[in-house]
Design a protein around this ligand. Structure first.
Ligand code: APR
Length: 228
């Protein structure tokens, strides 16, 4: 039976595809007020601004490609039973061939009705406008988990982390909870690898740290004796 491997990914895995991270010096939150464009309060205050922000992200997504890190993560499925738990709302893990993906913070290519429950629709890379309605008559909104909202998939993700033999944390500053707390669900003897060019502070466990960008770090990990 294949060992269970979880990839916990964040914005850094998509950085080399040309998508900005959030908290690096050139990150998105340098140029935008996070509470205006990515919180439930922001949505109530200025929905046009929020929709415009996500329309721009969606248009950008249509023009970028998965990088070698996404591709190597997809290739891990040849050797392991892999689940990718990502904080990213892009679809680059899907486009590089990973088959089991949990999007903790939603998906850019989808919209949903305003209560986030009844209607979810894939609009691909199209834009939409404030006032567009779902078939149930509610306003359409981005299918994104904003600050101030619960994270519906967190319990499912924690159960999967709890079963993992190997965990690869890649490209996340682990600043945002509850995603950042997922490692606390890991088995005591799970092997944990962290790939990031910067030190990731909040990890209290013994980890194997690969201080590299995602593409280089994934190549290095796969060539480590005994990993595959
Ligand atoms: N390869 C790997 N890691 C990289 C690279 C790269 N090429 N470039 C930057 N990084 C690392 C940074 O060093 C940092 O540790 O990626 C991490 C990015 O951290 P954040 O910008 O905080 O992104 P993330 O952890 O995904 O943010 C979590 O915050 O705003 C919310 O909802 C948003 O899902 C997002 C959440």
């Amino acid at each position: 039976m294949k060992k269970k491997l979880v990839v916990l990914s964040g914005a850094g895995v998509s950085a080399e595809s040309g998508i900005s991270t959030f908290r690096d010096s050139d990150g998105l939150w340098e140029n935008y007020n996070v509470m205006e464009v990515a919180s439930i309060e922001g949505w109530y205050q200025n929905p046009e601004l929020v929709i415009d922000f996500y329309n721009q992200r969606r248009t950008q997504l249509a023009n970028v490609e998965p990088n070698d890190a996404h591709k190597l993560i997809a290739e891990l499925e040849q050797y392991f039973d892999v689940t990718v738990i990502t904080q990213n709302v892009d679809d680059l893990h899907e486009r590089s061939g990973s088959t089991q993906i949990i999007h903790l913070h939603g998906e850019l290519t989808k919209v949903c009705s305003d209560d986030r429950k009844k209607h979810v629709e894939d609009i691909g890379y199209e834009t939409f406008a404030f006032g567009d309605l779902a078939p149930d008559g509610q306003l359409l909104r981005p299918f994104i988990v904003w600050f101030g909202e619960d994270v519906p998939l967190i319990h499912q993700a924690a159960e999967i982390v709890a079963q993992a033999d190997i965990i690869i944390v890649i490209g996340t500053s682990l600043n945002v909870y509850p995603a950042a707390g997922l490692l606390y669900s890991a088995k005591r003897d799970a092997q944990i690898y962290v790939i990031d060019p910067k030190e990731v502070q909040p990890i209290s466990r013994q980890v194997h740290f690969i201080k590299e960008k995602a593409t280089v770090g994934m190549k290095q990990l796969l060539s480590e004796p005994g990993f595959l």
